[in-house]
Design a protein around this ligand. Structure first.
Ligand SMILES: [Zn+2]
Length: 414
């Protein structure tokens, strides 16, 4: 693991000197290929299958450092030029499917989950690989399929009937910025003013936190007014089921406060044709809940007193790949085996601590190793006593998280 990290680091330094806008236009057009997959299986075996290919106008992700990722993630999508097998695009992600695999239910039933990924539209034939990693960071399932850009069955979407949206903030340089979309969930047509007001609160909350505050001009932000037939969200534990735009619900994996949507195709259909990459779903409910999945989406309730800290905390997961810095009294299933270094930049098992907050120790007298993080009271450490990734009461991200977020924003925009 140590040598692998060094190798990746050296590649980063070299390629940042050579990758240019020309490289993007050599391999890609200014369009987005949206690939819908089904991930299926149980704790013992997993399968990946293509559901549908779609093409949308515009590409709103990175145009430089195309073959690198700033965080490893629990899975990756890798695009190779078919003729040379050169990696021309790579992104990392986490999935609810992999989280589900860690629960007892995955030993008794096979389930399938929708997963949707965006890559720039290749000019020529490309091989697309999906890899999923287990908690020991080893490949547990992989699948490669060919994409022919001229395939007539690639569905054209986002060219008409685009969901109405409002630009809340325009980036200084819209060609090299991070595109965020706030998406309405559980707001009826008549409640869109409430949604816009809730979205503005989320923007204010995010940019009250460093390093987002000082790097604010690098973000382009829209609010997408997806209407729901009913107001609110589903609460299965109370027998309440609502007809909403994204079919979100509490009690995900039978956990009371875990509010998610499993309908990723619906989510991306609402967003098709808008300028988006990172997705923040705002759910019109007073009940406490939320969730954040790296490079997939994050979701938060809007009408609970903890809305502001939660919507920022969840963005820490979905955008920056930060881990939770809290621990449970009795952890059911260890998410972070103690013999493996987690890839999350704000957690360590001390197996391979290099390039995390090493540089802060000594410089900042509070920086160190605080045991109890990543849901585990023992064996997983955080950098500071408290952080936005630990409690809702803390006003800030800790310096280790601030540093990790800054590195990520620079990766996407420099
Ligand atoms: Zn932190």
């Amino acid at each position: 693991m140590f040598t692998k990290h060094i190798a990746v680091y050296v590649v980063c330094l070299l390629s940042s000197l050579t990758v240019s806008a020309q490289e993007f236009s050599q391999f890609f057009t200014n369009r987005t290929l949206r690939i819908d997959y089904n991930f299926a299986g149980n704790a013992d075996s997993q399968q990946i299958a293509v559901d549908q290919l779609n093409v949308m106008p515009g590409w709103y992700g990175k145009t430089r450092r195309l073959s690198e990722v700033p965080v490893e993630g629990n899975g990756q999508i890798i695009v190779r030029d078919h003729h040379t097998q050169q990696v021309i695009y790579r992104n990392s992600f986490s999935t609810l499917f992999q989280e589900w695999l860690s629960y007892p239910e995955a030993h008794t039933v096979r389930k399938s989950f929708e997963n949707v990924f965006l890559v720039p539209m290749p000019k020529d034939t490309a091989d697309v690989t999906i890899e999923l990693y287990n908690s020991h960071r080893k490949v547990m399932a992989a699948y490669t399929h060919r994409v022919l850009p001229a395939d007539i069955l690639i569905r054209h979407i986002g060219e008409k009937d685009v969901t109405p949206y409002v630009t809340l903030q325009q980036a200084a340089d819209t060609a090299h910025c991070i595109h965020i979309a706030y998406l309405a969930e559980g707001y009826q047509e008549s409640e869109m003013d409430v949604f816009l007001s809730d979205a503005r609160i989320a923007v204010d909350a995010l940019f009250a936190h460093e390093p987002f505050k000082k790097l604010r001009s690098r973000f382009n932000i829209i609010a997408v007014k997806a209407p729901s037939r009913e107001s609110g969200t589903s609460e299965p534990s109370k027998g309440i089921w609502k007809n909403t735009a994204l079919h979100s619900h509490f009690d995900t994996f039978y956990s009371d406060r875990y509010l998610t949507t499993l309908n990723l195709k619906d989510m991306h259909n609402w967003l098709a044709g808008t300028p988006y990459e990172h997705i923040i779903v705002l759910v019109n409910t007073e009940k406490y809940g939320g969730g954040g999945i790296l490079n997939s989406y994050n979701l938060s309730m809007t009408h609970h007193p903890s809305y502001r800290p939660v919507v920022v905390h969840e963005f820490g997961h979905s955008f920056a790949g930060l881990g939770d810095e809290y621990a449970y009294e009795a952890e059911q299933i260890p998410m972070y085996p103690h013999d493996i270094e987690p890839w999350e930049p704000n957690l360590t098992t001390k197996v391979n601590f290099h390039h995390k907050w090493e540089n802060l120790i000594g410089k900042d007298k509070l920086a160190g190793f605080y045991e109890g993080a990543g849901y585990s009271l023992k064996g997983v450490f955080r950098a500071y006593p408290d952080c936005r990734m630990r409690t809702n009461e803390t006003p800030e991200f800790c310096p280790a998280c601030r540093q990790a977020i800054t590195r990520l924003i620079d990766f996407y925009t420099e």
